[in-house]
Design a protein around this ligand. Structure first.
Ligand SMILES: N[C@@H](CCC(=O)N[C@@H](CS)C(=O)NCC(=O)O)C(=O)O
Length: 202
């Protein structure tokens, strides 16, 4: 399988971390998003929405949308599950994964896009919306800190896809100087544990 990737973007990193956690080997092709590699016809044939990541399987099927790719990788691998096994576990992990994506990752992405204007050749940045998104990211932190006060990992006692999404969001937000401070000791404890996992470097 081949991953169409970018080393700086958070969604491809979510997939690389899952691949690392699962010990799956793969080929990769790096796209320069600033130069618009993802807007070219050849790549749009793989994902008509022109976004990375795309995972191209050996039979030529191209999967995009990070949650779909991650779930596929989880299901084809024998190594434990990042998505839970019982109905309750799966529901709790889904809940936290969705929260991390919508309340932490997307606000970080919007802050980046609208504050830096990095993609101004293909969208209209609205700086105030970027600043509001940065505020929304910060508003999620007390909730996350409280959850981690009583749980080793974000969705409970089991490391899950929600931890992967959250770390990718938190690291990415640093680009626009949005950081998790020392007032969140439980997030800091979790962050240190995340850094110990080999997949962190993926
Ligand atoms: N919904 C998509 C979003 C993917 C996405 O936003 N990818 C960004 C990088 S993290 C991208 O390709 N940006 C390039 C662009 O907007 O031109 C997913 O879950 O994979």
């Amino acid at each position: 399988m081949k991953l169409y990737d970018n080393p700086h973007a958070p969604n491809p990193r979510r997939v690389r971390m899952v691949l690392a956690e699962k010990g799956i080997t793969y080929d990769r092709e790096e796209l320069d998003l600033g130069a618009g590699d993802n807007l070219k016809e050849e790549f749009c044939a793989k994902n008509p929405f022109a976004k990375v990541p795309v995972l191209e399987l050996d039979d030529g099927l191209c999967l995009s949308e990070t949650p779909a790719i991650c779930r596929y990788l989880d299901e084809v691998s024998d190594e434990g599950s990042l998505f839970g096994t019982t109905p309750k576990e799966r529901a709790i992990i889904d809940m936290w994964e969705h929260r991390m994506e919508s309340m932490v990752l997307y606000p970080a992405l919007f802050a980046f896009q609208h504050i830096t204007g990095f993609f101004k050749d293909r969208m209209t940045p609205v700086e105030d919306f970027g600043k509001e998104s940065a505020k929304n990211f910060m508003k999620s932190l007390p909730v996350l800190d409280a959850q981690l006060a009583n749980n080793e990992w974000i969705a409970g006692s089991q490391f899950s896809i929600a931890d992967i999404t959250a770390i990718c969001a938190i690291d990415f937000a640093r680009i626009v100087k949005v950081r998790v401070g020392d007032e969140y000791p439980n997030i800091q404890r979790w962050y240190a544990a995340m850094k110990e996992r080999p997949s962190y470097a993926a």
